[in-house]
Design a protein around this ligand. Structure first.
Ligand code: CP
Length: 356
């Protein structure tokens, strides 16, 4: 049994092995890979792609699916905790795919559950299955993930897909990043610091026009209204970017691809949909084989050569909850007061945010 909580837990070779499994499952379907295993999909937040593609993936490899797509029809409405929801669901299923609005919820669930947990997105924290399908799409297109220039555009502060993909691409050589966003929703300082430590070249910008002709992957994201604490800030930044044929064509590289985790609001004009650059619907479709592979790996039906990781940090317990992130799962569930000590700095064990 393997939990899939964070892309940080996989090295480059392990990621490539997952992508290879996905490619093989697409080419040679295995309709009995997880025969009769029950996959629980617990979605505490809205989803179209992630929930439906995990469901489709489960059916395609012989599994059965139960779950919910909104907490409104569950006993959470009666005040049940996430802890108890997980303890109960493990009795009904062989694996749990969970999306939750709180940062660190997937890690918390994995500590409680006796069946594997796959993180289908936890708050503004991570979205590892999205990252794997993003990488799959990049690799299918460029044949390699090395030596690419990627521009991330939009909500880089709250965008969990951006956080996970930045982390994953950093494991491959020759990467260059542009982070293009209004200052208020730029890429978090902790991620910038990680990139500095790894010696990865990146630049923060407020517009993409100057550097459009250098980009291999244009990764657009939605400004996520639901994550803003300050509604007037959302109103200020909501229309920051809209790419269209007029702003992109003949100004970008011939082979530049446009990705978007979707849903989009107005950041990609539909006039781009039928151009050779637009790969976002193909990207969404790739979620099925990638999630088939993830479920197969989590249930030990597919192997990857996991290497023993050298931990460059220690975990300690404190007497009180030190995490300052008000959206951290530790603020909503009874958790242990664990912190990570790394390079003389403290981080929350669950949401990973720096503790000052
Ligand atoms: N990309 C993504 O997570 O889409 P959904 O929110 O529709 O699942």
């Amino acid at each position: 049994m393997k939990n899939i909580i964070s892309i940080k837990n996989f090295n480059k070779n392990e990621i490539l092995e997952i992508l290879e499994h996905a490619k093989n499952l697409k080419k040679f379907p295995k309709t009995d890979l997880i025969e009769n295993k029950i996959v629980a999909t617990l979605f505490f937040e809205p989803s179209t792609r992630t929930r439906l593609s995990f469901t489709s993936a489960s059916f395609k490899i012989g599994g059965k699916v139960l779950g919910f797509d909104s907490p409104d029809a569950t006993s959470l409405k009666k005040g049940e905790s996430l802890r108890d929801t997980i303890k109960v669901t493990e009795g009904y299923s062989d694996i749990i795919v969970m999306r939750h609005l709180r940062d660190g919820a997937a890690k918390f669930a994995s500590e409680i559950s006796s069946v594997p947990i796959i993180n289908a997105g936890d708050g503004a924290n991570e979205h590892p299955s999205q990252t794997l399908l993003d990488l799959y799409t990049i690799k299918e297109n460029f044949k390699s993930i090395d030596n690419l220039t990627t521009a991330f555009v939009g909500d880089l502060k709250y965008g969990r897909t951006v956080h996970s993909l930045t982390e994953a691409l950093s494991k491959f050589s020759g990467q260059k990043f542009y982070f293009i966003a209004p200052n208020e929703i730029q890429i978090p300082k902790e991620i910038q610091k990680e990139l500095d430590l790894k010696g990865i070249s990146y630049q923060l910008l407020s517009d993409y026009k100057e550097i459009l002709n250098q980009i291999d992957v244009l990764y657009m994201t939605r400004i996520q209204k639901e994550r803003f604490e300050n509604p007037s800030l959302y109103e200020k930044v909501k229309n920051s970017f809209e790419i269209s044929k007029g702003t992109i064509l003949n100004k970008c590289k011939e082979n530049m691809i446009i990705l978007h985790p979707l849903p989009r609001v107005n950041e990609i004009n539909i006039d781009l949909d039928n151009t050779k650059h637009a790969l976002y619907f193909e990207q969404a479709k790739n979620g099925v084989p990638v999630r088939e592979a993830m479920i197969g790996i989590a249930l030990d039906k597919l192997n990857i050569n996991f290497s023993k990781k050298e931990t460059q940090y220690s975990i300690e317990k404190s007497s009180i909850n030190l995490c300052q992130n008000q959206n951290c799962i530790t603020k909503f569930e009874r958790t242990e007061n664990k912190i990570i000590l790394k390079n003389d700095e403290k981080f929350c064990y669950y949401c990973g945010k720096k503790i000052n």
